[in-house]
Design a protein around this ligand. Sequence first.
Ligand SMILES: Nc1ncnc2c1ncn2[C@@H]1O[C@H](COP(=O)(O)OP(=O)(O)OP(=O)(O)O)[C@@H](O)[C@H]1O
Ligand SMILES: [Mg+2]
Length: 521
Amino acid sequence: MSLSAARHPSAELCSALAGLFETAHEGIYLGTLPYHGEGATLGANPHLKLMFGFPPEVDDHEVRPFDEERFVDPQARRGFVERLLRDGAVTDFLLRLRRIDDKPIWVEVNAHLAAPGHGEPARIGALLRDVSERRKVEDQGRGQYHELMQYEKLAALGQTVSGVAHELNNPLATILTWSERLAGRSLDALAGRGISIILGESERAAKIVRNLLTFSRKHHTTRGMVDLNQLVRETLSLRAYDQRVSNINTMDALATGLPQVFADAHQLKQVLLNLLINAEQAMLSTSGRGTLILRSWHEAADDCVVLEINDDGPGIPDDVRPRIFDPFFTTKSAETGTGLGLTVAGRIVEDHGGQLRMESTPGHGASFFVRLPAGTGRARPKPSSVAPVRPVVGRGAAVLLVENEPALAEAVSDALTDAGFLVDRAADGRTALERAGSRTYDLVVCDLKMPRLDGQAFHRAVADTIPGLSRRIVFVTSGVVAADTEAFLEESGCPWLRKPYRLADLLRVAREVSSGRFTAS
Ligand SMILES: Nc1ncnc2c1ncn2[C@@H]1O[C@H](COP(=O)(O)OP(=O)(O)OP(=O)(O)O)[C@@H](O)[C@H]1O
Ligand SMILES: [Mg+2]
């Protein structure tokens, strides 16, 4: 609408315009626009009053949306006025203005400045639209976009990390095997100290690698119905010896009839181990003894299973509390802590749709709560992926070692020879198959990932041609084990070790399998 006097509207048009002015769902303002100070209002429609929080009966003259005090940013007002004076109009100009209750709103303005007569203030006609809601949605969209970007960056980082961790496995397995082997020799004091430091540090590096792999292990999990109480007992039995020799008393109050949870048993075991070891370390750090209480129960309200791990250690100080789940945050010495335990535990529990929470009164211990949604159905939990190993002795057995990393192959082959095995080597699956066909072996130690014929294909071929040997294979995996690989390992009934494994574990399994004492669970 032009405010210029060039057109003389008819009485009919005037009355139609007045109706529009009253009923429009946009703010309409007619008035003057001083460079500074207050303007004079000619008319402000009801919707404009509503937008700025004025009562409907307020006098139009009170409503002056372009006064300095209405602007959140004075600089923005100067820009707006200058633009109007320069161009005579603005289109969809976005301003942040204040309502009379001081609440800021985003307003989109279309305005036209009438050329003032000589000495008169500029006259403005403006349509104002409150676009605060639209801005909010746009901001949210932008927030989500940034979150997504962040997530993608993290996902890419996760892939890199998992690749790097994967690559580190072979050299680490080699270092561990060599140092464990040398540690068993009689060495002078300096060499002995050096070897024990190398062993300790490479174990630490192996632990970081394991944690990083779990951290980036997103899609490769094998879930099934898991009895949480059973899992707690199994995990406790892994700690039983250490707890006994360090005066830690464990009590459990595990609810009977607990519903099973749909979970990856191996991952949950890792969560429990991390929490148990944290509690043990905390208790031992202050009193050299401790009492650990494990409770489980079912919360019917949200159909969740909760496990509490309570210790009577020093608790967690207020300033430490917000950071305990951060990656690499630790209060422990470099030899003891990497600061990944709780990060990994939290991630795993969240991946299972649950929460890991902590309560602590400094000086009075800490409780960690693992809350998991109860699974439906009552299927038996799957046996854990690493079969239990009984210590046995058995020497002189013929072993075929299939490993394509020369340094690791040499270290393991020497260690097996040391332990009394007769070792043959093959660097790929096809060569291994030829060897296996040409003589009798008591045992095959075989990397799953190999050039020419991988571990799975090798197993199939052996099962077809030398069936007796197919149950005498120990598989070695590196990095993340995909769900289908894990299924294959379980089906094969063969034991398997994750790189970097401990030499002692390999020897135990090798002796069991070669002496025919290994039974898959
Ligand atoms: N039960 C507990 N009592 C007291 N402090 C705890 C307890 N559990 C965890 N913390 C604190 O949280 C920190 C982080 O724990 P987290 O398990 O992530 O790493 P860490 O134990 O230091 O190292 P890592 O688990 O990698 O060996 C610990 O260093 C410790 O300060
Ligand atoms: Mg820890």
